[in-house]
Design a protein around this ligand. Structure first.
Ligand code: SF4
Ligand code: SF4
Length: 67
């Protein structure tokens, strides 16, 4: 299977409650909390599109779009 490339990593800021689950599960340290305690992709270029953040977010706040 061809390697997937990230097109967009969308985080719904209204739904994110800053629990950090996505940050802990991301194997590539792509995500961090900003100063409002919302998850943001700080290193999107490192994303391997494993979708762990999308699957594990209890509030369904993350969507991964691939090319
Ligand atoms: S897992 Fe979801 S709710 Fe928790 S910090 Fe990440 S995006 Fe926000
Ligand atoms: S898809 Fe995987 S590598 Fe990309 S941000 Fe989510 S957990 Fe990290």
């Amino acid at each position: 299977m061809a390697k997937q490339k990230l097109k967009e990593l969308v985080i719904n800021r209204d739904w994110c409650k800053g629990c950090k689950i996505c940050i802990h599960f991301c194997p590539e340290n792509v995500l961090e909390l900003d100063d409002k305690d919302k998850a943001i992709p700080v290193r999107p270029e490192d994303c391997i599109c494993c979708r762990l953040c999308e699957y594990r977010c209890p509030d369904l706040a993350i969507e991964i779009f691939t090319e």
